[in-house]
Design a protein around this ligand. Structure first.
Ligand SMILES: Cc1cc2nc3c(=O)[nH]c(=O)nc-3n(C[C@H](O)[C@H](O)[C@H](O)COP(=O)(O)O)c2cc1C
Length: 354
């Protein structure tokens, strides 16, 4: 099977969630012997369709633009057995690069009108390939893809072999070890295998590929903190992700959320310990983190019998958490105090390094 995959994301590597999903699908296709070529629109020169219809009249089947679409991409689109279109969801639909690519496939149609399934269509000059559509979106609800799905179904009709929609895209990462994410990757590889072998993706595999990984209640507090940190630190989202920056909590509730996300169960094996924080300064109050057998309970309020109690200005601890201040140095400088099992202070970074 000759597969032509078109990636319209402007981003690349671990930052591009379109690329991550596409890479996994392509991996599965190649495993089953497909001849897959991936092209990235960001590297190509493609002019807008100017609506002159030259490709329908003066030079039938050929666009007047002399660019990468005419010379390379359109012939590959015509020749493939399957075309994979992978696009970020921008303003609820395909992004502009993908739309430009799609518009420039016009020479594949003839100008005449015909009635197909009760609606007006143009006949094909050359049989267009079946299409698999991939799209990734930042929001967590499946309904975010309603418009792109409606568009793709109307446009491609029976040629649309599969629609792969990944919500909460910014939560996925190539290097993630979280089970939910690695299962999505494995399922996407499997989806690629199935496309080559069966020309479709089973409901079971599709359900795993598109499984919900978060919802508004989980995503919004951490997402909002992340954006606020990017603004305060003057960094882009890409820089934030590449530098492994930590969203800076602004309340005890968000501190607890961050600690839960950063908890590293593998390093807390066979541990049973309770750490209490007494915060002072701009944010006042207590909370505790109870680690037991690789699980974490984090609650507001004082603990009954803490093994370690940390009394600290809230902002200072957030400086330590986000790597702006050195925890040991701050302790030696008596900027905060700790009582109980001080060894846990050293271990803290191991428990919460995730
Ligand atoms: C201009 C723009 C518009 C976007 N529109 C939406 C949107 O309508 N719905 C949504 O859930 N995410 C939206 N997003 C988020 C992207 O879909 C998300 O960040 C995705 O991971 C981008 O793809 P990439 O990782 O391959 O760059 C938008 C992002 C940008 C930059």
């Amino acid at each position: 099977m000759k597969v032509f995959a078109v990636n319209s994301s402007a981003r690349t590597g671990d930052v591009s969630k379109t690329e991550i999903i596409l890479d996994n699908l392509v991996k599965g296709m190649r495993e089953e012997g497909a001849d897959v070529e991936v092209i990235n629109l960001r590297k190509k020169k493609i002019r807008y369709c100017i609506g002159c219809f030259t490709c329908w009249t003066k030079t039938p089947g050929k666009c007047l633009h002399k660019d990468d679409m005419t010379a390379e991409l359109f012939p590959k689109y015509q020749d493939c057995d399957l075309c994979v279109l992978a696009t970020p969801l921008f303003h609820y639909t395909v992004n502009a690069q993908m739309k430009t690519f799609i518009e420039r496939t016009l020479p594949i149609a003839l100008p005449f009108f015909e009635l197909r399934n009760g609606v007006t269509r143009h006949p094909a000059r050359h049989e267009p390939p079946p299409v698999v559509l991939i799209s990734v979106a930042g929001f967590p609800e499946d309904s975010v893809f309603d418009q792109i799905s409606s568009y793709a179904n109307y446009l491609f009709g029976d040629r649309l072999v599969a629609e792969i929609y990944r919500t909460s895209s910014e939560m996925i990462s190539e290097t993630s070890t979280k089970k939910a994410i690695t299962d999505i990757f494995e399922a996407t590889v499997q989806g690629g295998r199935e496309l080559v072998n069966n020309r479709n993706i089973s409901d079971e595999t599709m359900a795993r590929m598109t499984a919900q990984i978060t919802d508004f209640e989980q995503m919004a507090p951490i997402g909002n903190l992340m954006w606020k940190t990017c603004i305060d630190e003057g960094v882009t989202l890409g820089e934030f992700q590449k530098k492994n920056m930590v969203p800076r909590p602004d309340s005890i509730e968000t501190f607890i959320t961050i600690m839960k996300i950063g908890f590293n169960p593998a390093n807390a094996d066979n541990m049973k310990t309770v750490i209490q924080f007494n915060f002072s300064g701009q944010v006042k109050g207590a909370c505790y983190l109870a680690v037991e057998n690789s699980s974490l309970i984090a609650e507001i309020g004082p603990a009954k019998n803490p093994d370690l109690t940390i009394d600290t200005p809230f902002e200072l601890w957030m400086d330590i958490l986000t790597g702006k201040a050195d925890g040991q140095q701050m302790f030696m400088d008596q900027k905060y105090t700790a009582s109980g099992n001080l060894e846990l202070l050293i271990k803290f970074g191991e428990f919460f390094g995730g």
